[in-house]
Design a binder for this molecule. Structure first.
Ligand code: G6Q
Length: 546
């Protein structure tokens, strides 16, 4: 089923021809109600999508498209535990992990809520023990440092949340994240730590990931320079589906927190993969994060499409990717504690929708997932915003703006917000030749000098952005934001008719390195690869000093 053949898509194509030159600046001038009409609230969260190259009709037409593609049906399938990850034969039930209403969710004929609740209770007990000092290091000292060892979905989400919720950190507790197999990552983390007060969380859904197991083994070797084999149990716990491999590694399975195959790595921060979050900010705050996610789930499941934040954001993405030809999308949080938010969103979106084959196995004839990127404002303004303003591509931007900071520098916050708002306004309005001319004349320029400079100072404007505004970055709000983007990705996957929940590209990477490693390790020259890879392997062997 290709969306291109629907009458709704064809109607959108005609609509695109009609309004592709629509000027947002003119629309704002003509219509004082544009913001009212093109914004949505859900609790404390506001989406202002009025600075997009659309009319209200555009959204109605896009909503009609997803209606015709049975988005409602797909949402129900996800929320009721159907096996919609068809290439892996799995349900997609991360929503169950934050199902605070605790209504049964049946996966493979079984209600999964009791198992989820049991692991949440286990996490609560464990965090309670660590925080109260009931669980101590091998010399009787309080645990002060949590080191999460994981990669990809077992790292990015929890690392992002711990950074973002730093103001909620339990006093005296520090969280560290080691992911890269580059020894620099582990070494630079461990050199600051004391084995007596450090707890390692080895987080791996499969417990077969090369980077994670290598880092975990090296961490254990580091620990054993101080503690004994019997002490390992006090300092290493695991999060996994694979009890056998956990036991084989030497971690007591009593200290293993279970996850399930129906939760994808990039959707797993809500599960026991979130253990470092709970250890760092406390279980109550972890549950507040889940509450926020659940609130967004209810909004997504029940709001009509045109008043539905993830649906509208997903549809706007379709509009730019499939009609305007955009290939990238920037997420720019004006909150320094959200520095890792774009990276998490990058994995979430690009691993989910970076696909070229539809559910039926046919090669696609239309664009799918964009390149997601971004860094916090205002830093980005002094770097890549040049291209967003005056480059040749249309790059939609999401501005993520908390009104209040957790920190007392009130003057900073107004400056920060003024910058965020100024950027979205400037992207929309641009600066035309007359305005530039007037500015230059005011500066005392004239004649050839003025004419030479003028074209460089013109901003085309009409560049789209969304603004997500909320009072403060609380755990609930962060939960809402992450769930919002998860559902946005889901909506787009439904439109593109792809399975957003497998990741064969990641699996390929896992296989390839394993094939080259023996060639790198053996002494003799190799010749079995292509000439580039063979030469690089042989050159590395000549150059290495280890
Ligand atoms: C996420 C991906 C991938 C995965 C890592 C780690 O959706 O599947 O990023 O999370 O490869 O896998 P393990 O948790 O199995 O170590």
């Amino acid at each position: 089923m290709t969306p291109l053949n629907t009458s709704e898509w064809q109607s959108l194509e005609r609509h695109y021809s009609d309004i592709k030159y629509l000027s947002m600046r003119d629309e704002f001038a003509l219509d004082s109600g544009r913001f009212e009409r093109l914004s949505i609230s859900s609790g404390d969260l506001l989406l202002d999508y009025s600075k997009n190259r659309i009319t209200k009709k555009t959204i109605s037409k896009l909503a009609a498209l997803v209606e015709s593609l049975d988005l409602s049906g797909w949402i129900e399938k996800m929320f009721t535990g159907e096996s919609i990850n068809t290439t892996e034969g799995r349900a997609v039930s991360h929503i169950a992990l934050r199902n605070r209403s605790n209504t049964p969710i049946i996966v493979d004929g079984e209600d999964i809520m009791p198992a989820i609740n049991a692991v949440l209770a286990q996490m609560k007990r464990f965090c309670g023990k660590v925080h109260s000092g009931e669980w101590l290091g091998y010399t009787g000292k309080q645990i002060t440092d949590i080191v999460n060892i994981g990669i990809g979905g077992s790292d990015l989400g929890p690392a992002m949340i711990c950074d973002a919720l730093e103001p909620y950190g339990v006093e005296g507790m520090n969280a560290h994240f080691v992911s890269n197999v580059d020894g620099t990552d582990l070494s630079t983390t461990l050199e600051k730590l004391n084995p007596e007060t450090t707890l390692f969380v080895v987080a791996s859904k499969t417990f077969t990931t090369q980077e994670t197991l290598t880092n975990a083994q090296s961490a254990r070797a580091w620990f054993l320079q101080a503690g004994s084999q019997e002490d390992v149990a006090q300092h290493f716990v695991a999060v996994s589906t694979n009890a056998e491999a956990v036991a084989e590694f030497g971690i007591n399975t009593d200290n293993m927190f279970e996850i399930w195959d129906w939760v994808g790595g990039r959707y797993s921060l809500w599960s026991a993969i979130g253990l470092p979050i709970a250890l760092y900010v406390g279980m109550d705050n972890f549950e507040r994060l889940l509450d926020g996610g659940h609130e967004m789930d209810n909004h997504f499941r029940h709001q009509p499409f045109e008043d539905n934040i993830p649906v509208v954001m997903g549809l706007l993405g379709i509009w730019y990717i499939n009609f305007f030809g955009s290939q990238t999308h920037a997420i720019v949080p004006y909150d320094h504690s959200l520095a890792r938010f774009p990276s998490h969103m990058q994995q979430l979106d690009m691993e989910s929708n970076g696909k070229n084959t539809n559910r039926q196995g046919q090669r696609l004839r239309y664009g799918t997932g964009p390149v997601i990127w971004g860094t916090p404002g205002t830093n980005g303004q002094h770097a890549y915003f040049q291209l967003i303003h005056q480059g040749t591509q249309i790059i939609p931007v999401d501005f993520v703006l908390p009104v209040n900071s957790h920190y007392p520098e009130v003057d900073h916050q107004s400056i920060l917000l003024a910058n965020g708002l100024a950027q979205s306004e400037a992207l929309m309005k641009g600066k035309n030749a007359e305005e530039v001319r007037a500015e230059l004349v005011k500066e005392g320029l004239e004649g050839e000098e003025l004419e030479a400079l003028l074209p460089h100072k013109i901003f085309p404007g009409n560049r789209p952005s969304n603004t997500l505004l909320f009072p403060k970055l609380t755990p609930e709000m962060l939960g809402q934001l992450v769930a919002l983007y998860e559902h946005k990705v889901f909506v787009q996957g439904v439109v593109w008719n792809i399975n957003s929940f497998d990741q064969w590209g990641v699996e390929l990477g896992k296989q390839l390195a394993k094939a080259i490693l023996p060639d790198l390790e053996q002494g003799a020259e190799v010749s079995v690869h292509d000439s580039s890879t063979t030469s690089l392997i042989n050159l590395i062997k000549q150059l290495r000093t280890y």
